[in-house]
Design a binder for this molecule. Structure first.
Ligand code: BGO
Length: 272
């Protein structure tokens, strides 16, 4: 049985370089139905049972750009067997913002920290073991350009996909957000066919994502109920729902970075 692995990551993280290295000349390039965003699919050159899908480069799974909508629709509708979340190792902090969202989809994720050749040249240190523990998914160091770690990352993704055990995201929001999310799940998500994706949907509904309200076909009554949960949380936290979620993601990333990444001191030192 074939395995489908999607590559997801920020623009410029090296996704195209990785995709080309994995698929060689076995690629198909097209457009997503109805939109001009490019679509790339190819067979993994060392195992034709493995299909690699290159998703558009994105910073978030929000509904604000065409690329974001195409990528997230692919992930939630097509449900690949696993996701390789490609991260630019020289810019981990910014790249982890997408990671915090991708791990909520309930699809097995493997993080590929790319550009390790540059990270090492810069003298920076990334504690990948700790990073894997903190986020709750396997982490593999790679260099797409130097062909390093590529077999390892595909093997990890194939294993995760075959095991079909989506990792439970480690991150939890503030108590009052979690309370609202639990209410939202109970109200309208308990009977969707794939239970693993409930958390992601509940967060999107908390953020008042209209595309998701529509997709789930929620009645006005249900939307009004959800609105009560959101506004009471907003009052309690004195902020709007989207900013609450974004702020908490950045706080979480801050703690991960301070525990797992050590940048070499490249600042000027003044000596006598
Ligand atoms: C240019 N290591 C290094 N050192 N560079 C890498 C690696 C890696 O592991 N992986 C990718 N790159 P894309 P998206 C470039 O094109 O795959 C480089 O958007 C240049 N081009 O070669 O395009 C890669 O698909 C001139 O760099 O990313 C590319 O995710 C000077 O990262 C860039 C320097 O990779 C983005 C670099 C004319």
């Amino acid at each position: 049985m074939g395995i489908r692995i999607a590559l997801a990551g920020n623009p410029n993280c090296g996704k195209t370089t990785l995709f080309n290295a994995l698929t060689g000349s076995n690629q198909f390039v097209g457009n997503w139905p109805g939109v001009t965003v490019e679509y790339k699919e190819g067979k993994y050159k060392s195992d034709k049972e493995v299909t690699i899908v290159d998703l558009p480069g994105i910073y978030s799974l929000s509904p604000y750009t065409l690329e974001e909508v195409v990528s997230r629709n692919y992930l939630i509708d097509e449900r690949p067997d696993a996701i390789i979340n490609v991260i630019d190792g020289t810019n981990i902090e910014r790249n982890l913002y997408l990671t915090t969202q991708v791990v909520e989809l309930g699809i097995p994720v493997v993080i590929a920290i790319n550009m390790m050749d540059v990270v090492e040249k810069n003298g920076d240190k990334i504690n990948t073991k700790k990073l894997a523990e903190e986020i709750g998914v396997p982490v593999v160091e790679i260099s797409a350009l130097k062909n390093r770690g590529l077999k390892e990352v595909v093997s990890a993704a194939v294993a995760a996909g075959k095991a079909a055990l989506p990792q439970e995201p480690k991150h939890r929001f503030n108590g009052s957000v979690e309370h609202a999310l639990a209410h939202i799940e109970e109200l309208c998500l308990h009977n969707i066919s794939d239970a693993n994706i409930q958390r992601w949907y509940s967060i999107k509904l908390f953020e008042r994502d209209e595309k998701i309200q529509e997709k789930l076909g929620l009645s006005k009554d249900v939307i009004d109920h959800i609105e009560q949960d959101i506004t009471s949380c907003e009052k309690e936290m004195d902020d709007d729902a989207e900013s609450i979620i974004t702020g908490e993601r950045y706080n979480y990333i801050g703690t991960i970075i301070s525990g797992c990444v050590k940048k070499a001191n490249r600042g000027m030192t003044i000596s006598d």
